[in-house]
Structures are given as structure tokens and as C-alpha cells.
Design a protein. Structure first.
Length: 497
């Protein structure tokens, strides 16, 4: 099995169909095929061979997919880092197993002076792709075993220790199958996307993707006017983006009193999705079906919610402090809730597993789309355990399953306050919020331009006591999706480190 083989199928079945659109450039499946064939040959001429590990430092772009498919067709292994984590990640990792680097100019130059990368013999500037144009080349794809590694991902190491996630071609194919079943594709769809793994799924199923003209080192700082222009110019009918990027578009549309009626489907996830945000989406995109997806790097997807199917009772439960409704369990074969505060679980029996389970606690999942472990076992003890040889992943998220087996989210173990935030967002258009515990006090942080009075806030959440409300100019968020609150930076801003 080799996922690059999907390109061969689409080249044969739909050669003239537009595959990717980036700014003013449109690429058909035939053109993508030829570019991959050319870059594959170039890489082989530079000595890249099956099994080599290639560090890829190319942002979301046509070049990213040409690079990925070229590496796969050789049978080499692409290695990635999250956007916004790259320089910090390069400093933290020694890359002893890396054989080559492919990157944009700033990273190939940086690699020449960085102690962890400068000794690499093969550093390739991705811009060379534009200079390769032998139309006579045909693409041959290396046959691979099902358990052959497809992608290695260096994580940002939230525990302080960077972990490496390995996904096989078989795992990625299964994940793609789940996404295909979950996200109802139509052959005429044209999607604006800022999420690489979903764009790969689009390429495989044969729909057109417009690569969002965003700031991929900080999606929340993207140019909304450019994004709106892309939507209108390319006749886009569906959006696949994190809440941070969608919110950038929303603010501009609300400011201009603009409604975009051509959008019929919106898929979002990668961070908290609150009801005031959903209402704003409905107002700006009145014809859109809105679907939220919940998952993680190690298990994607876990749950899905079609907003049209959210009942008034569930809205009321949100207002009363239940949390964020993530929706029905999909993809994973089992989802359970276990007690928090357990450092390591190891191998346990069904009876011991039953004793660990509780009503509200840490979400754990198992299934074919859940990674068994990390490269070298780093992080396995803290994040994995087995029940009668069945592997489970600990998400680090707090939640519960309701009487209809729908999943509700309460936040991360360290910041389990989605119940407060979700209630506020269900009652007010309150903007960005953050809640954390500091010296036994619960602190709510709002941005200064917020117009909601503290008295209204406290009256709205009588189910939970808030000790202090603080204000900052802007709540800092993660660089990857511009959605998740950067609590460490927020506490630094507030002088509460």
C-alpha cells in the first residue's frame, strides 16, 4: 500500500479536473502528476531512496503536496512539525535519524547555521519544483508494506518532552476512509481549506481544494479581505478551517455587513467551538450546514456534531453548565471516561478498567484510527494503556457521555472550565475568553473591548463561582490554529506566572 497511488488513479480517471488552486495558479490532476514525477526524479538524483527520513519544512501550499507525494512515491518517509513550533522544535530535537531536508528558502538557510541540521548532507530548496518541467516523465510508485511508516510528526511536547508520532500508510488510509464517510463529499465541491490532512483527503477523493491565502505561522492574523475574495472569486461552496481562521473572516464580514450565501457546508474543529461563534457563522453564511469535529493528533476524528441536529434541550444544558457538546462518537471503536490524577496506568484487566471509569473525567479512546504509541516509546507510559491487549489513548481532555452517548467537553485536565465558558458564550456574544485556576481562585479573562458587565456574567453562571474577572488587550492563542488559549503566555501578561 502506498497513498501516492491515489494520485495515479485520479490522473487516469480525471486528468483535466482542477485539483488545487493557490492564489492565481490552478493545477489539474494531470499537472500535479507531472510535477510529482519530476520532483521524484530530482530527489532520486540527489540520493533520496526508500526508507530515508526527510524533514519537510514547507508551509501549506501546492509545493507541500508535490513534496509529500514525491517522497511517498519513492518510499521515503516525510517528517513534519506543527507550524509555529518549527524553530523551537528544531532547537529541541537532534534529528539523528534524518537523512535530508526539503524546505522553503528561510529554512534551508537556517539549516546551514543550526547545530542540529547543519551537518545534513542533503538540503533541498522546494523552489526547485518550479524549474522542473519534463513532460515526458511518468510516475512510478514504490510498493510498500501496509505497516510502512507514512508520516512522522514532531509534536510541540505539551508535557515538556517532544514526542514523535508515526502514522503508517494503512493508518492514514483508514483515517481517510473515516473522513470520507463523515464529511459528505460531492464531486462538484470546491473547498477553501487551511488544514493539511483534510486537503490530502480532498486530493485522494478527487475534489477541488483552494488553499486558504492565510498566515500559516499565525492563522488568526490572516488577511480576511484576501480570504473573502478567494471565496467569491473561486465559487467556493464549502469551508474547512479552524475557528481562529473562520473568526477572522467573520469579523470582516460583520464589519462590512456582508453575507456569503454561496457557502453550503462548513467544517471546523481543532479548538473550542462555542455557540456565539456558531450563531455568527449562521448569520454570515445563512445557507451553510455547520459541522464541528473533535479529535487529536493521535486520534482523528473522535466526535462530530451537525449543529442543525442540536436540540433546544442541549442548548439549555450548555447554558446550565454542561460544557461544549462535541456530538456523536465517530471513527473510534470505544470511548470511555476515567478518573483523573492517575500518572500511569499500564496494562490492566477489564475489571480494573471498569473500576477506573467515572461519570466526568478524562476521555480515553481506542480503535484503528487511534495511534498505539510514540516513536521510541517516549510518552507511551503517560498517554497510553492497554486493557486485555486493547490499546487506549488518553486525550488529556475532560468530559462526559450523556444519556444519548453524546460526548461533552469540559476542557484540558489543567483547565477544566469549558462548562463556564460554554455557558457564557451561549448567553452572550462575548468574544475570546479564558479561565484558569490561580492560588485556589478561579480567574476569568476577557478582552478589553468586551461590552458585557461583570454583574451580568456572574448572574449568568450561578452554577460556578468566579473569584476574579481580569481584562487584557488580546488573549494569546496557539500558533497552529489560533484557537487554543496559550495559558502560560496569558499568565505572564497578567503577572501571575
Amino acid at each position: 500500500m502506498n497513498l501516492a497511488g491515489k494520485l495515479l488513479e485520479n490522473y487516469e480517471n480525471m486528468p483535466e479536473k482542477i485539483c488545487l488552486i493557490q492564489k492565481h495558479r490552478k493545477t489539474t490532476y494531470k499537472q500535479l502528476y507531472k510535477k510529482v514525477a519530476n520532483f521524484k526524479k530530482y530527489l532520486q538524483d540527489r540520493g533520496i531512496k526508500k526508507g530515508n527520513k526527510i524533514l519537510v519544512l514547507v508551509p501549506m501550499s501546492e509545493k507541500l503536496y508535490i513534496t509529500l507525494l514525491s517522497i511517498w512515491s519513492i518510499g521515503a518517509i516525510p517528517c513534519f512539525m506543527d507550524a509555529g513550533f518549527i524553530k523551537n522544535g528544531i532547537k529541541k530535537n537532534e534529528f539523528k535519524q534524518i537523512d535530508a531536508l526539503i524546505g522553503i528558502t528561510k529554512y534551508t538557510l537556517y539549516a546551514n547555521i543550526n547545530k542540529n541540521l547543519r551537518n545534513l548532507k542533503c538540503k533541498i530548496n522546494a523552489n526547485v519544483i518550479d524549474k522542473l518541467n519534463d513532460l515526458s516523465l511518468e510516475l512510478e510508485v514504490e510498493k510498500l508494506e501496509e505497516d510502512f511508516t507514512g508520516i512522522l510528526t514532531y509534536t510541540s511536547g505539551t508535557t515538556g518532552i517532544p514526542k514523535i508520532v508515526a502514522r503508517t500508510h494503512q493508518f492514514l488510509a483508514y483515517q481517510g476512509k473515516i473522513l470520507e464517510e463523515t464529511i459528505k463529499y460531492d464531486k462538484n465541491d470546491i473547498e477553501l481549506s487551511s488544514i493539511p490532512i483534510f486537503t490530502l483527503s480532498n486530493i485522494n477523493v478527487g475534489i477541488t481544494t483552494v488553499i486558504a491565502d492565510g498566515n500559516y505561522s499565525n492563522l488568526g492574523n490572516s488577511n480576511a479581505k484576501k480570504l473573502i475574495e478567494q471565496i467569491e472569486k473561486n465559487k467556493i461552496n464549502r469551508l474547512m478551517a479552524a475557528p481562529g481562521l473562520l473568526n477572522t473572516i467573520l469579523k470582516e464580514c460583520i464589519k462590512r455587513k456582508l453575507k456569503i450565501e454561496q457557502i453550503t457546508k462548513i467544517y471546523t474543529g481543532g479548538g473550542a467551538v462555542f455557540l456565539d461563534f456558531i450563531e455568527n457563522l449562521k448569520n454570515v453564511f445563512p445557507n451553510a450546514k455547520i459541522v464541528t469535529l473533535y479529535g487529536s493528533t493521535e486520534a482523528e476524528p473522535i466526535a462530530m456534531l451537525d449543529i442543525d441536529n442540536m436540540t433546544q434541550e442541549e442548548v439549555q444544558k450548555t447554558k446550565n453548565g454542561s460544557g461544549i457538546l462535541a456530538g456523536s462518537i465517530i471513527g473510534v471503536e470505544d470511548c470511555k471516561i476515567i478518573k483523573t490524577g492517575i500518572k500511569e496506568i499500564g496494562a490492566i484487566t477489564e475489571k480494573q478498567f471498569l473500576e477506573l471509569q467515572t461519570q466526568i473525567g478524562e476521555i480515553v479512546v481506542s480503535g484503528k484510527n487511534v495511534l498505539d504509541g510514540y516513536v521510541g516509546g517516549i510518552g507511551d507510559k503517560e498517554n497510553k494503556f492497554s486493557v486485555e491487549k486493547r490499546k487506549y489513548h488518553r486525550t488529556g481532555d475532560i468530559g462526559f457521555l450523556d444519556e444519548n452517548n453524546k460526548l461533552w467537553l469540559r476542557g484540558r485536565i489543567k483547565e477544566p472550565f469549558f462548562n463556564i465558558e460554554a455557558a457564557l458564550h451561549a448567553k452572550f456574544d462575548i468574544g475570546k475568553t479564558a479561565i484558569f485556576k490561580y492560588k485556589e481562585k478561579i480567574i476569568l479573562v476577557l478582552e478589553r473591548d468586551n461590552k458585557i458587565f461583570p454583574k451580568e456574567i456572574k448572574e449568568a453562571i450561578q452554577f460556578e463561582k468566579i473569584d476574579e474577572i481580569k481584562y487584557v488587550k488580546k488573549i494569546p492563542v496557539d500558533k497552529r490554529h489560533s484557537t487554543k488559549v496559550d495559558y502560560k503566555e496569558l499568565q505572564r501578561i497578567l503577572g501571575m506566572e
